[in-house]
Structures are given as structure tokens and as C-alpha cells.
Design a protein around this ligand. Structure first.
Ligand code: CXF
Ligand code: ZN
Length: 378
């Protein structure tokens, strides 16, 4: 197609580029390509740092790269064939898209789209290329979002339109962490009133499970974490008891079984530690105990569990985005936030301007924050 004078051009803006694993991000002049067919270019307004950004920054080998996948922003331009969005629309990004037509999307049972599912190579789904250039070099994407840049390009299936009345600087947390935890409690475990729930890992995801459990009327919500700061902080979110495994004489599963008359109804692993997942499975009860894996493991992804746990009626389930269909279901969560049926604000312990993003990485790495929201220049 011939380009017209109104066709989107390359934008040069600031982006926080990771040049190597664990190296401080460098604020660079990034050239952001126009959106290609079915893509949109977004002016990022707010973005927060999730443990996955941190883990990938420390352990991945794909560099240079622009991280960030919890974000909100405003559509700057749209590529050919995009009918769902127009310039000026407010959006949330999602790291798993929904193409709406593959077997998974049509099944109504899965949230892992076959076309726009988890992108691992740092490239755009459509043409396996990047939309970022720095000093003449292509820069890789992260999780199909790359929000640590003033502008980014995403597939239109990886964004959700939201009302302009919604505070973008808060709801960016629904792009990943808070939605993942609430969904694990509601969609995956389906916690029932009066249940006993144990949550391993009291970061934003774990504390979102806590919120979900509380809203379902769980009577005991037991948190497990070896960071005393996180244990203390969790009380404000509705935890009824905390256990620090470091201060226990017995293995954690034994401690949990001891205080729950043989095991909890529901356990959630929110850290991504395979040994912790084994502990979680051992901590739920025979007969109907359900353990949900939602932490993302980096180092030892294989799990081990005694076969008899399953023979005795326990169930192991998992989810990557709380079992939500990212595009179809997120608007209802945004609405719940606007109606004050769920809360997000208390997970935001820090706010920083974009040029201080390295401080935010350090806070996260040191376990000193829940979510630090990065505010892009207006
Ligand atoms: C993760 C899920 C697993 C791969 C990286 C991104 N999602 C959110 O943190
Ligand atoms: Zn995340």
C-alpha cells in the first residue's frame, strides 16, 4: 500500500534499554517503528515492575531488550486492519493476547491463545521482527509488551480498551500481578466461603490471592513467607495468620498440617519455587485439597511430589494469568475496581518517574516494595 502523509512515522523517544543480564538499564533514544498490520502503537502512561521482568533481566540471554509488561497508555496510532482501536483510546496491555479464533480462544476453556500466547523470543508475533532500534541495532521486546519505553508497539490482540475515566496509573496493575492473584483465587481454585487457605509468597501476586480469598469469605488465610517485612505487611491485606518457615522447627508442610487439622482446603504457590510447590501440595488436605501453582520458576522448573498425594484425592492446578481470558475478562475487573469491589491502590507502595527506573528495579530486587509504578513523562 502507498504511504500517505498521514501514515504513522518512526517515533524517537526515551526507552530504558537492558544491554545485558543484570546490568543497570540505560535511558536511550529509541526509534519506534510505526505499527504494522493489526498492531497499535501506544504512548505508555504508567507501568509497573513485576517479578518476571526482574527475573528475565537477571537470567535471560536475549539482549538488548526493553522489559515491562504491566502497563496502561493511550493509543497513538493504529496499523492497517485495526478496527477495534483508534488514536486516543485508553488501553491496558496484556502479555498473553486473544486472537479470538484459534482452538484455545474458541474453546471458552483456555486462556492460552495459540497465536498470541506467551512470546519468548522478544519478537513481534506477526513477522518475528522487532519494532525498536537503538543506535542502528534492533532491540528485543519482552512478553509482547515492552512498556519501559515512552512508546511501544503491540499486537491489537494484546491490548484492552478501557474507559477514559479509569485512572491509568492504578489499573496498570491489572495487566499482570493483581489480576493473576485474584483469578487464581476465583477462577482456578474457586475458593468457597469458610475455607482455610494457605498462600506461599506474600508479594503482590500472593496478596492478590489474599484479597480474592477474603472476598470469597475464607475464614482462615494463612500466609507463608521468610521475609519478615512481607509477613508484617500482609496483615493489612486480610491475612489471618503468618508463618515464617525460617522460624519453624519442623518442615513447613508439617506446621501447616498441624494448625489446620490435617491440611488446608486450598494452597497457592506464588513464588515460582518448585520445592515450595511440593510443600504446598503436602500442605493441602486429603480428599478435596487443591493446590494452585502460579509463581513462575526460573531455576528448577521440574516438580516432585509423592504419587500417593493424588491417590488420596488432592489436585494440582496452575494458571499463568489467573485463568482470565485477557481481552474478554479484563474489562470486568476494571469495572470492579471502579465500583470499589476490589482494591488495587494498596499494592502500590512506591511511585517513581521514568528516569528513576533503576531505583525501582533495586527496590523490587531487595524485596522492599510490592509494586512501584513508573510514571512516564506527560
Ligand atoms: C509471566 C508468565 C511467564 C512468562 C513471563 C511472564 N507473566 C507475568 O509475570
Ligand atoms: Zn508479570
Amino acid at each position: 500500500m502507498e504511504s500517505s502523509s498521514s501514515a504513522p512515522q518512526v517515533i524517537t523517544c526515551k526507552g530504558a534499554v537492558a544491554w545485558g543480564a543484570g546490568e543497570a538499564l540505560v535511558m536511550e533514544e529509541v526509534e519506534v517503528s510505526p505499527p504494522q498490520p493489526l498492531e497499535i502503537r501506544i504512548k505508555v502512561v504508567s507501568t509497573s515492575i513485576c517479578c518476571s521482568d526482574l527475573a528475565a533481566w537477571k537470567h535471560h540471554t536475549i539482549f538488548p531488550r526493553i522489559f515491562g509488561h504491566e502497563a496502561s497508555g493511550v493509543v497513538e496510532s493504529v496499523g492497517q486492519g485495526v478496527t477495534e482501536f483508534k488514536e486516543g483510546d485508553h488501553v491496558l496491555t496484556v502479555f498473553i493476547g486473544e486472537c479470538m479464533s484459534c482452538k484455545m480462544c474458541k474453546s471458552g476453556k483456555s486462556t492460552i491463545c495459540q497465536v498470541l500466547g506467551l512470546e519468548k523470543k522478544g519478537l513481534m508475533h506477526s513477522d518475528q521482527k522487532t519494532r525498536f532500534m537503538v543506535k542502528g541495532k534492533p532491540v528485543y521486546h519482552y512478553c509482547a509488551v515492552s512498556s519501559f519505553s515512552e512508546y511501544t508497539v503491540v499486537h491489537s490482540g494484546c491490548a484492552v480498551k478501557i474507559s477514559p475515566h479509569v485512572p491509568l496509573e492504578k489499573v496498570c496493575l491489572l495487566s499482570c500481578g493483581v489480576a493473576a492473584g485474584l483469578g487464581a483465587a476465583w477462577n482456578v481454585a474457586d475458593i468457597s466461603k469458610g475455607s482455610t487457605v494457605v498462600i506461599f509468597g506474600l508479594g503482590t501476586v500472593g496478596l492478590s490471592v489474599v484479597q480474592g480469598a477474603k472476598l470469597r469469605g475464607a475464614s482462615r488465610i494463612i500466609g507463608v513467607d521468610n521475609n519478615p517485612r512481607k509477613c508484617e505487611n500482609a496483615k493489612a491485606f486480610g491475612i489471618t495468620e503468618v508463618v515464617d518457615p525460617n522460624s519453624c522447627k519442623e518442615p513447613i508442610a508439617q506446621v501447616i498440617k498441624g494448625i489446620t487439622d490435617g491440611g488446608a482446603d486450598f494452597c497457592f504457590e506464588c513464588v515460582g519455587d518448585s520445592d515450595m510447590l511440593t510443600n504446598a501440595l503436602e500442605s493441602c488436605c486429603d480428599g478435596w485439597g487443591v493446590t494452585v501453582a502460579l509463581g513462575v520458576p526460573r531455576v528448577k522448573p521440574k516438580i516432585s511430589a509423592h504419587y500417593s498425594l493424588f491417590l488420596r484425592g488432592r489436585t494440582l492446578k496452575g494458571s499463568i494469568f489467573g485463568g482470565w481470558k485477557p481481552k474478554s475478562d479484563l474489562p470486568s475487573l476494571v469495572e470492579k475496581y471502579m465500583n470499589k469491589e476490589i482494591q488495587i491502590d494498596d499494592y502500590i507502595t512506591h511511585n517513581l518517574p521514568f528516569d528513576e527506573i533503576n531505583k525501582a528495579f533495586n527496590l523490587m530486587a531487595e524485596g522492599k516494595c510490592l509494586r512501584c509504578v513508573i510514571h512516564m513523562p506527560r
